[in-house]
Ligand binder design. Structure first.
Ligand SMILES: Nc1nc(=O)c2c([nH]1)NC[C@@H]1CN(c3ccc(C(=O)N[C@@H](CCC(=O)O)C(=O)O)cc3)C=[N+]21
Length: 280
């Protein structure tokens, strides 16, 4: 039997509709939720994501302020902008689009954003809060994955979840979130011995490796939930995930498509974090 396709686009739309109501309430109370989006340089993929984020803001009713800086911007001047946005009362969320040009230390910039305005959830304070179970902003892709699972009715308690990829922005925080849901969590990576064997144990398999079609049908336990975090742009311009969709569709119980799976959820959760930041 073919897997059920998890429609991330539709679920993201539902979340944004819910947020619209909340934004109206905030506005009626005199707060206009505001997100500052900072883009340094002209990377075409980044430009697309930033455009999508601004469109989502407009849809939900969040005011977005756009800062487009040249590729040769210095670290000092970017830090200066972050400081200005930190101190502005009317700015609730700050997003500095990654990756940044080589002359800028990403870590330094992410650490400069006030944790209360860090709607990306990248600041060490928010990362630390997540890992010890305290409230704080959770980074948007991991939060989106959890929301997809919950709204699809997937039980996580006691289940075996295998994450392929150990990045700071996806693999590690997804592991923390799943652990918080009482799942048994394994993080695999490029040095894992018997990666296919680990994957085949998974009730929920999360692929975040950044290699097109890396996860094959033979990696998947029949009936498992397969979450594809990959966004690989192929030479023909088409978008492709980390999961061999055609193969895994025949084995999995549920699967997320690319596009239309995790990507739209990332943006929906960014909107959610902005509304939360403005509510405080
Ligand atoms: N500070 C920061 N925060 C981020 O959250 C952040 C970032 N930097 N840098 C880049 C990554 C990537 N990312 C995506 C968001 C939406 C889609 C998305 O909407 N994808 C659509 C397709 C979009 C398309 O056609 O390209 C989909 O999968 O259906 C994808 C990728 C956020 N990121």
């Amino acid at each position: 039997m073919q897997a059920k396709i998890i429609d991330g686009k539709a679920i993201a739309r539902d979340i944004k509709e819910e947020l619209r109501v909340e934004v109206e309430r905030l506005k009626a109370n005199g707060t206009v939720p505001t997100l500052a989006v900072v883009l340094v340089g002209g990377d075409p993929a980044s430009a697309v994501y930033v455009k999508n984020k601004k469109a989502a803001c407009a849809h939900v009713g969040i005011r977005s302020l756009s800062y487009e800086l040249p590729a040769d911007t210095t670290e000092a001047s970017l830090l200066e902008l972050v400081e200005e946005l930190n101190s502005r009362q009317d700015v609730h969320g700050i997003l500095v689009q990654l990756p940044l040009p080589v002359q800028i230390d990403e870590d330094k910039v992410l650490m400069a954003i006030r944790p209360e305005k860090d709607v990306d959830g990248f600041h060490p304070m928010n990362v630390g809060n997540l890992s010890i179970g305290r409230p704080g902003f959770v980074s948007c892709t991991p939060a989106g994955i959890l929301e997809l699972l919950k709204r699809t009715g997937i039980q996580l308690k006691g289940k075996k979840c295998v994450i392929v990829g150990r990045s700071n922005i996806v693999g590690k925080p997804v592991a923390m979130l799943l652990l918080r849901e009482h799942a048994t969590v394994t993080i695999c990576h490029s040095r894992t011995e018997d990666l296919p064997g680990e994957c085949r144990q998974a009730d929920v398999l999360v692929a975040a490796v950044g290699i097109p079609n890396f996860i094959k049908g033979s990696h998947v336990k029949p009936g498992a939930v397969v979450i594809d975090v990959g966004i690989n742009r192929l030479a023909d311009g088409k978008l492709c995930g980390d999961v061999d969709y055609v193969e895994c569709l025949e084995v999995a119980g549920h699967i997320t498509p690319v596009p239309g799976g995790v990507g739209p959820m990332t943006i929906a959760m960014l909107m959610k974090n902005c509304v939360e930041a403005a509510s405080k």
